[in-house]
Design a protein. Structure first.
Ligand SMILES: [Fe+2]
Length: 311
């Protein structure tokens, strides 16, 4: 049977028979530790928890064995997690950021995505549960700087039929690249809203073109990114959550084509199906309503939700 675990070398000059005995003992010991640790979670009240924790232990033990992790490296890892805990607050979660830059958040998106719908993408740290409901067709710009963008679309089912009573939860960063949580000059409700779509699943709003921004780099995750010589930027994006009764909710992002970092998003959130063209719009009625000059910029995107009964 192949040895799955790293086996320390025997002491120099030790008799061959002694080294072989040492090898065998270490093999059994490693295997037994893993099995015992997995088994220790088997009686969890929640069977799903038992399954997930068992798999987590299995793969973490395999990582320790395959990487030949030293005690010094293990202690360094514990110090990293301690630093992440110390900088985490209600407003800033370093573990969420760690999940993002490790690609874990995107992996959860990918494996939990029901087939047939619009691709999901990362939630990010700036979603606000308390965004106000505003009228369909509202103006979020309110005189602030930024290139105006008419964002419109529909919410459809997998058969491309409109979904009535869908809701859009929208948020993005301002022209300075910052979200309200990062910028005391911004109203907490700036460039964010909820919109109830009409009976045809249609929504639209006037906003500004979003900008690329860096993830927070003043904590241990920032130090990890620097030590890894990694990009710290995200491409420009609109955040959107789409929900409707009877359908699987969708957390996603739209990425204007041509933005920097589309091919190197530090949180791995870009999906080809979420890159949107920024087009020229000649709609005179919209221009008149918002005091725009034609042509102005428009982004149009239809979201597709999966029926909850099909998953
Ligand atoms: Fe964002």
């Amino acid at each position: 049977m192949a040895c799955l675990y790293h086996v320390p070398e025997g002491p120099a000059g030790a008799p061959i028979q002694d080294v072989n005995m040492s090898v065998n003992q270490h093999h059994l010991s490693n295997f037994q530790v893993t099995q015992d640790a997995i088994k220790s979670f088997a009686n969890a009240t929640d069977p799903r928890m038992a399954e997930v924790m068992g798999l987590l232990v299995k793969h973490l033990h395999a990582f320790v064995a395959e990487s030949h992790l030293t005690k010094a490296e293990w202690l360094k890892g514990l110090a990293f997690l301690t630093a992440a805990a110390q900088i985490t607050t209600d407003e800033r979660n370093e573990f969420s950021l760690l999940s993002d830059i490790m690609g874990i958040s995107s992996m959860v998106d990918v494996v939990s995505q029901p087939p047939g719908g619009t691709p999901s993408s990362v939630l990010g740290p700036f979603h606000n549960l308390d965004s106000h409901v505003k009228p369909n067709g509202c103006d979020l710009t309110q005189g602030q700087a930024g290139e105006r963008v008419w964002l419109k679309g529909r919410v459809l089912d997998v058969h491309h039929q409109p979904i009535a009573n869908a809701q859009i939860d929208f948020w993005q960063n301002a022209d300075n690249g910052l979200y309200p949580a990062q910028d005391a000059e911004q109203d907490p409700q700036n460039l964010r809203c909820k919109i109830n779509c009409n009976a045809n699943g249609e929504f639209n709003l006037l906003t500004i073109r979003p900008h690329p921004y860096t993830v927070p780099t003043d904590g241990p995750v920032g130090a990890l990114l620097a030590a890894s010589n990694r990009n710290i930027w995200r491409p420009a994006h609109f955040h959107i959550i789409v929900s409707a009764p009877g359908y699987v909710g969708l957390v996603t992002e739209l990425f204007p084509a041509g933005s920097d970092y589309l091919d190197d998003d530090t949180v791995f959130g870009v999906r080809p199906g979420l890159i949107v063209d920024v087009q020229q719009c000649h709609d005179a009625e919209v221009a008149k309503r918002f005091g725009l000059t034609t042509p102005f910029k428009e982004v149009s995107f239809d979201f597709c939700l999966v029926n909850a009964s099909s998953v």
